[in-house]
Ligand binder design. Structure first.
Ligand code: NHX
Ligand code: ZN
Length: 625
């Protein structure tokens, strides 16, 4: 209950400050006026009061304010409610006041009229107090406001929590209900982390013989492959507390906070041992020190990293704390993190392969109602390159698509649509496209289709369509092969296929368009990779300038001549591919027309439709899944 009261009291305090502040302002505005008599004009003073001899005396206050005290004659003329109100706390209040510009001139006037006067120097204690306190009060309020904001952003109402770690703790009360049976596909990774589970369950078995267990396990793999899930499953299997946080949680705008949080995290973890600390996205703090640090403003991150290294050195292996961390780029991590005694185990969590995708599909499909026609093997084959998160997304989309159609089961067709959706974005059937543009699009896509069909290393076509989807107005979808290395000739053929859209536009309309942007980007990237990464150019030679650390734009690891050579060779390569595919399309003009016309008519052509239109593909598809 106490943690419920805390923010409340802070809230009240805030309001009390606000009320005091408001009170000061209000009293500043209203109190002085009540003390003084009604304000009159100089004209009334001179022509009515003085002329009729009603003034007893006046005070000249600070040379700018005149306080008028009436004699008994004058008092009689006052309205009833103003009479005899002059005594309050022993002080005499004036009946009238008015302001003047020059005290001296006025004195002359008074002497001339024989009116007694008194020169009063009055310090406005209240006013000066307010003008002194006002800026201070504003400052206090502003800082209070910001501190509350910062405090809130750190999950607590208090500023003092700033050095506390932000880890979420899963333990007996806040249970993890994930174990290895929930993790599909990552068979090898599971095997490796099993060792960690064994250790956490029974540390003595391993330390008895003097062996040391890993302190840190680094899970490396692309986003969405299930690194967090795997770490959770380890904790779930071992039945130990699990601290989960992200590398960016350490990073704050205040100096020293990151390091303090690391210290706090390890202190709390040791109290809960045996346990697992899981740091997601560790690259946020673990990036190599002293690199790309032009501004010099990254000291705070380095301090945090240093503290992490110190803490990992500091506790011995049988303290029972195991750190797991996840990153999608192990190559940019500071080497110090990967030394023995720190993250000395690396487990790669790769994109799932065919069989693994099948297993992942099985896990997700178990949660939805599917019809009998759903072929999990085919789904897995249709989704190369998908990670666990993508597959989860596909299954969810499929269920949503089926519900939208008021079906009671999710069918294979829904899954296929969901795959397109996840791969390419929303279909935009309602987009209005001019018939002339539609024709350009059809020939562009037909070009891609024909090139892939007649080039030896083209990938098998899945479908070609001119229905816009996502950012694309049309697309030819290929079945990527499950290959690990790519031969030179396949890269060339792929470039030709990408350039075929533009080539078709040029051949048919003798005009090119902006639509080829994506295709050209792909081709340029591929060509530069071939020449400067993969040593696939004779003149540049068998060299690779591949460096995952550097941002190429700033530090080119080669001379200007080499840069020029690379640029020239890339151009030659792209020109070659373009001319080659152009020649091919001219040769296959007949088939190009057939496909384009069919596309304009039917909008979508599947592989079988293309086969019926222009005959089967001559080359066997290698690596078909
Ligand atoms: C556009 N997109 O954004 C339209 C919607 C050649 C039939 N203008 O290669 O969709 O044209 O094989 C600024 C200027 C993207 C931003 C021009 C963003 C051009 C896809 C390219 C099909 N299929 N291209 C393809 C496609 C396009 C694009 C742009 C831009 C088209 C082509 C985009
Ligand atoms: Zn294209």
């Amino acid at each position: 209950m106490s943690n419920e009261e805390q923010p409340k009291s802070g809230f009240n305090l805030f309001w009390i400050y606000g009320i005091i502040f408001l009170f000061i302002i209000l009293s500043f505005l209203f109190l002085p006026e009540r003390k003084n008599g009604d304000e009159i004009s100089y004209d009334k003073f001179a022509n009515e009061l003085v002329a009729n001899n009603l003034v007893k005396k006046v005070n000249i206050v600070n040379e700018k304010l005149i306080e008028v005290f009436l004699n008994q004659e004058g008092q009689k003329l006052l309205p009833a409610e103003k009479k005899n109100k002059t005594e309050l706390f022993g002080s005499v209040y004036p009946d009238y006041t008015f302001k003047i510009i020059s005290g001296e001139k006025f004195e002359e006037f008074l002497i001339q009229k024989r009116i007694p006067y008194e020169i009063v120097e009055r310090t406005d204690y209240f006013g000066s107090f307010v003008s002194l306190m006002l800026p201070i009060a504003i400052l206090i309020l502003i800082s209070l406001f910001f501190m509350r904001r910062i405090g809130a952003s750190m999950g607590g109402g208090q500023i003092f929590n700033i050095g506390k770690s932000k880890a979420t703790l899963f333990d007996e009360e806040n249970k993890i209900n994930v174990n290895f049976s929930n993790v599909a596909g990552l068979e090898e990774a599971k095997q490796e982390v099993m060792e960690v589970v064994e250790f956490l369950k029974n540390p003595k078995k391993f330390t008895k013989l003097g062996g040391k267990m890993p302190k840190g396990v680094l899970l490396v793999g692309p986003p969405g492959t299930g690194k967090t899930l795997l770490a959770k499953a380890v904790a779930g299997e071992a039945g130990v507390p699990f601290f989960s946080l992200s590398g960016s949680d350490f990073v704050e705008m205040f100096v020293g906070v990151g390091a303090a949080r690391v210290r706090d995290l390890f202190k709390t973890a040791k109290e809960k041992a045996p346990c697992i600390i899981f740091i997601d996205e560790i690259d946020a703090i673990g990036r190599q020190r002293g690199r790309g640090n032009f501004t010099g403003g990254n000291d705070e991150r380095e301090n945090t990293l240093n503290q992490l290294l110190v803490e990992m050195d500091g506790f011995n292996t049988d303290s029972g704390v195991i750190i797991m961390a996840a990153t999608n780029r192990a190559d940019i991590l500071d080497p110090a993190l990967l030394r023995p005694g720190r993250f000395d185990r690396q487990i790669s969590v790769d994109r799932p392969e065919l069989k693994e995708r099948e297993a992942i599909f099985k896990v997700h499909i178990a949660k939805i109602t599917v019809s009998e026609d759903v072929d999990i093997a085919k789904l897995a084959a249709q989704t190369p390159g998908f990670v666990g998160a993508d597959i989860a997304n596909v299954c969810n989309e499929a269920a949503l698509i089926a519900s939208r159609k008021d079906k009671d089961k999710v069918s294979m067709e829904d899954f296929m649509q969901a795959i397109d959706r996840v791969l390419l974005g929303l279909e935009k059937k309602s987009r209005v496209i001019h018939p002339e543009e539609k024709e350009t699009i059809a020939y562009h896509e037909a070009g891609h289709c024909i090139a892939g069909w007649y080039l030896k290393y083209g990938s098998p076509l899945v479908k070609v369509t001119i229905i816009p989807r996502g950012t694309a107005l049309g697309y030819a979808l290929y079945q990527p092969e499950e290959r690990i290395i790519t031969p030179y000739h396949k890269l060339i053929d792929e470039m030709c296929v990408s350039l075929a859209g533009r080539a078709a536009e040029e051949i048919v309309f003798n005009e090119i368009s902006t639509g080829a942007l994506d295709d050209l980007q792909k081709v340029t990237q591929k060509a530069y990779a071939m020449v400067s990464y993969f040593g696939m150019n004779e003149k540049v030679g068998n060299v690779s300038f591949y460096d995952p650390h550097s941002d190429m734009a700033l530090t080119k690891p080669y001379s200007d001549q080499t840069a020029k050579l690379i640029d020239d060779e890339v151009r030659k390569l792209i020109d070659y591919a373009y001319n080659r595919v152009k020649a091919l399309l001219i040769e296959k003009r007949q088939q190009l027309e057939t496909i384009a016309k069919a596309l304009l008519e039917k909008e979508v052509l599947l592989q079988s439709d293309v086969e019926n239109l222009i005959g089967p593909r001559l080359f066997p598809t290698a690596f078909a899944s």
